[in-house]
Design a protein around this ligand. Structure first.
Ligand code: AMP
Ligand code: GLY
Length: 414
C-alpha cells in the first residue's frame, strides 16, 4: 500500500496531489495542511508546513512511503534535512541546497563559478554605497532583496526616486528584515519558466511554461506571485530549450554537487530569452506556482515513478501530452496589497475544466475566499488560442464580487 504525503496548501500542491491521484501506484494521499479543493482528492491533516517535527512524526506513524514538498518555507525550515535524518523518503532539496532560491548572492556565486549566463551584479549591505552606485547607472535599475520575500523583494525601478525608495525600504527601514541587496543589470526579452527535476547531476527536464507576474492586463500593475500561466510555450524553440538545459540547468546542478550541496528536487529556472540567448533571472528550489498547474496536467508519465526515480537517481524519460493547457488566476481584489477574505465563491460546479484551489476555505458547505490568489481555472485545447478562449469562458462562470483576473493570459503566444 503506497501512501504519499504532500506538504503545502496552494494551487501548486493541488496540482501535485491531482497528478499523484492519477497514478495507479498511489493508494492514499495526505496533504498537510491542504485546502478546500485538495480535500476532494486527499485527506487533509492540520500540520503547518514549517512544523517539521510534526510532519516527520506523521510520516513515521502513518507509514508514508513518499513525501513531496511544495513550498519554499518548508524547505527553509529544514523539512528535508529532518526527514533524511530519520530515514524517511522525501522529494525536495535540503535547506542548504535550497539556498539557490533563498539567497540571491549564493545563486549568483554558483552561476559565476559555472559560467552560467545571468545579469552582471553587485551586492550591498549599506544604503549609501548602494545608492551611490545606482544613481550613476542607467535606468531601469533592478534591485533585489537578498532573502525570501514572497516575490515582492524585486523592484525594477523606472525612476531614480523609485530606486532610492526601494533601497531605503530594503537597507534602512528594515521593512523586509535586516538585509542585503543585489543590484543587477536590466535584461530584456520574453520570460519563461523552465522547471527541471534534479537528482545530483542528473536532470529530468519538464516542459516549459510562462507565468504572468504583473497584476493587470497588459503587464501593468505590481508584481504578484503569478496571475496565470500556460504550457507549452511555442516561441521557445527546442534549440533554446536545449541551450538552457546544457548551459544553465546542468552546470548549476553540477555546481551544487561540487559545492557539497547536491540538489534533489525541482530546480526552477526563471529565464529570459535575450538577444544573446537564454539568461537566468532567478532560481527557485521548488515547483512554480502557477506554472505547476499547467505543466503537470500535460504529464503522461506516472509522477509517483518520476519522484522515486529522482530520489534514487535512476534514469527516467518523461512523456508529455501535446495539448496546450492555460490557466487564469482569480485573485482577491486588492491583491498583492491588502484584501478581504471570506467572500462566497459561486459557480464552481458549472466549470467545465479544472479549478485548482490556491487560497480557499470551506464553511457550512460553501467555498470562501481565504487568500490573495484564490483559485485558478485551467482549460485544455489543441493550441494556446483554444485553451485561452476556453479558460476565459469557464472563468466567467465563477461568481464572486471580491475576485479579479487578467483576460490576456497567453497573449505573447498568440
Ligand atoms: P524575480 O523575483 O527575480 O523573478 O523577479 C521578478 C520579476 O522582475 C521578473 O519576473 C522580471 O520581470 C523582473 N526582473 C528581475 N530581474 C530582472 C533583470 N535583471 N532584468 C529585467 N527584469 C528583471
Ligand atoms: N510563479 C513564480 C514562482 O513560483 O515563484
Amino acid at each position: 500500500m503506497n501512501k504519499v504525503l504532500v506538504i503545502g496548501s496552494g494551487g501548486r500542491e493541488h496540482a501535485i496531489v491531482e497528478a499523484l491521484s492519477r497514478s495507479s501506484k498511489v493508494d492514499k494521499i495526505y496533504c498537510a495542511p491542504g485546502n478546500a479543493g485538495i480535500a476532494s482528492l486527499a485527506e487533509c491533516v492540520k500540520i503547518g508546513v514549517e512544523d517539521v517535527d510534526s510532519l516527520a512524526k506523521f510520516a513515521n506513524v502513518n507509514g508514508i512511503n513518499l513525501t513531496v514538498v511544495g513550498p519554499e518555507a518548508a524547505l527553509a525550515a529544514g523539512v528535508v534535512n529532518k526527514f533524511n535524518e530519520k530515514g524517511l523518503r522525501i522529494f525536495g532539496p535540503t535547506k542548504e541546497a535550497a539556498r539557490i532560491e533563498s539567497s540571491k548572492e549564493f545563486a549568483k556565486e554558483i552561476m559565476d563559478k559555472c559560467g552560467v549566463p545571468t545579469a552582471a551584479y553587485r551586492v550591498f549591505d549599506e544604503f549609501a554605497p548602494a545608492w551611490e552606485y545606482v544613481k550613476n547607472r542607467p535606468l531601469p535599475a533592478v534591485i533585489k532583496y537578498d532573502g525570501l520575500a514572497a516575490g515582492k523583494g524585486v523592484v525594477v525601478a523606472m525612476s531614480y526616486d523609485e530606486a532610492e525608495n526601494a533601497l531605503k525600504d530594503m537597507l534602512l527601514d528594515a521593512s523586509f528584515g535586516k538585509g542585503r541587496v543585489v543590484v543587477e543589470d536590466f535584461l530584456s526579452g520574453p520570460e519563461f519558466s523552465f522547471m527541471c527535476i534534479v537528482s545530483g547531476e542528473k536532470v529530468y527536464p519538464l516542459d516549459i511554461a510562462q507565468d504572468h507576474k504583473r497584476a493587470y492586463d497588459g503587464d501593468k500593475g505590481p508584481n504578484t506571485g503569478g496571475m496565470g500561466a500556460y504550457s507549452p510555450v511555442p516561441f521557445i524553440s527546442d534549440a533554446v530549450r536545449a541551450e538552457a538545459l546544457e548551459k544553465i540547468i546542468k552546470p548549476v546542478a553540477k555546481g551544487l554537487v561540487n559545492e557539497q550541496v547536491p540538489f534533489t528536487g525541482v530546480l526552477y529556472g526563471g529565464l529570459i530569452l535575450t538577444e544573446d540567448g537564454p539568461k537566468v533571472i532567478e532560481f527557485n528550489a521548488r515547483f512554480g506556482d502557477p506554472e505547476t498547474e499547467v505543466v503537470l496536467p500535460r504529464m503522461k508519465s506516472d509522477i509517483y515513478d518520476l519522484f522515486n526515480a529522482a530520489i534514487d537517481g535512476n534514469d527516467f524519460e518523461i512523456e508529455w501530452n501535446p495539448e496546450a493547457v492555460l490557466g487564469i488566476v482569480m485573485a482577491s481584489k486588492g491583491y498583492p496589497g491588502s484584501y478581504e477574505k471570506g467572500a462566497a465563491i459561486e459557480g464552481l460546479d458549472k466549470v467545465n475544466g479544472y479549478v485548482y484551489h490556491m487560497g480557499t476555505a470551506e464553511k457550512g458547505g460553501k467555498i470562501l475566499t481565504a487568500g490573495g490568489r484564490v483559485i485558478m481555472v485551467v482549460a485544455k485545447g489543441s493550441d494556446i488560442r483554444e485553451a485561452q478562449s476556453k479558460a476565459l469562458e469557464e472563468t466567467a462562470k465563477i461568481d464572486c464580487d471580491n475576485l479579479f483576473y487578467r483576460k490576456d493570459i497567453g497573449k505573447q503566444a498568440l
